[in-house]
Write a protein of this length. Structure first.
Length: 120
């Protein structure tokens, strides 16, 4: 079985919809934006999905990336959000902004907030 990892295109992520102001408690330094891209990988992923990325406009880099797939759960009768790929850059200049970023994005926001934010 061959597993294919699809890495994000910097161009498609840089042009994603900015959602920085929609995430409670997320304060980013100038030059950084949190963006969302919906269904970019529909050729490879059949479920509803979106991608989150922290992009730096000055350096044209993706500092943080998270692909999220929404799957039905017949037991709970709801649509839980499942993270299937999380990545972050290792260069030192992004360390401060990346500190606790995953927690700010996913622990502060409740599942209902995510579902209303990302109506897919």
């Amino acid at each position: 079985m061959k597993v294919q990892i699809i890495m994000p295109s910097i161009t498609s992520l840089m042009s994603g919809a900015e959602i920085t102001n929609q995430i409670k408690g997320l304060m980013l330094p100038p030059g950084y934006r949190m963006v969302r891209v919906d269904r970019r990988l529909s050729d490879w992923i059949s479920q509803s999905h979106f991608e989150l990325a922290l992009v730096n406009d000055a350096s044209k880099e993706v500092a943080y990336y998270n692909r999220v797939v929404i799957q039905s759960d017949v037991v709970l009768n709801c649509r839980p959000v499942t993270q299937i790929l999380v990545w972050r850059i290792r260069t030192p200049q992004h360390r401060a902004v990346l500190r606790d970023l995953a927690g700010k994005v996913f622990l502060i926001i409740s599942l209902n907030d995510i579902m209303s934010l990302y109506q897919i």
